[in-house]
Design a protein around this ligand. Structure first.
Ligand code: PRP
Length: 207
């Protein structure tokens, strides 16, 4: 019996692009893959088992070895130090991390507040800028924070820029470009090297 490769896929916006990439690389994924509430999808024809995870959790599954590989945003990789290998830039879901806020407002003089889903990235960014800030961790809808007076600034993902625009915010600083990466559990890389190398090779050819 052929070994199975367990792949942690991020649900949400990255999912569609990641599935398209796998199909372009010649892997046959069933239609239920695109429109299902199932959290585990087996594709025995390709010897794949997919687990559908929240994007922020993909690294956790891979680090713990319950997924051999995963697709994770560079934003998540920067935020958390994980014991996983980053083997390929998939060049999908391109966006960037930025500092944003209300136009024309100044940061409070004493401990300006910064709301973000990325407390580590935000702290080190402002530390490098020599600015002391108070970080307020949120889990989503970060753009609300300056609008309702919770924070002076936000550090968040900007993709099309629509969310900033429609909420009257402006980008103030570009922090870093982000794309999705293929990540691998170090033990799986040793045990399933042939399967992983083949996948990396097939994906590299079409990127
Ligand atoms: C992300 C990000 C921004 C938005 C940026 O949020 O946090 O809010 O997308 O995209 P845009 O520049 O194309 O408008 P997401 O939709 O993932 O939801 P969240 O608010 O729960 O983080």
């Amino acid at each position: 019996m052929r070994e199975v490769l367990t792949i942690a896929m991020p649900k949400g916006r990255i999912f569609e692009e990641a599935a398209e990439l796998l199909r372009k690389a010649g892997y046959l994924l069933p239609p239920e893959f695109d429109d299902s509430r199932k959290l585990i999808i087996d594709v025995p024809e390709e010897s794949f088992r997919f687990i559908l995870a929240k994007p922020m959790d993909v690294t956790t599954y891979v680090e713990h070895g319950v997924a051999d590989i995963g697709i994770a945003g560079k934003d998540v990789m920067l935020e958390e130090e994980r014991d996983v290998y980053e083997v390929l830039d998939l060049k999908i879901s391109a966006c960037h991390l930025a500092v944003a806020g209300l136009p024309g407002t100044k940061m409070s003089d004493i401990a300006p507040k910064v709301a973000t889903k990325y407390p580590n990235v935000a702290s080190s960014y402002f530390r490098e800028q020599g600015q002391q800030v108070e970080i307020i961790k949120l889990n989503g809808s970060i753009e609300l924070a300056p609008m309702i007076g919770l924070a002076d600034r936000i550090v968040d993902i900007v993709s099309t820029g629509r969310t900033l625009e429609e909420n009257g915010l402006v980008q103030l600083e570009h922090i870093v470009d982000i794309t999705s990466r293929l990540i691998v559990n170090p033990v799986s890389y040793r045990l399933k090297d042939k399967m992983i190398d083949e996948l990396v090779e097939r994906l590299s050819e079409i990127i």
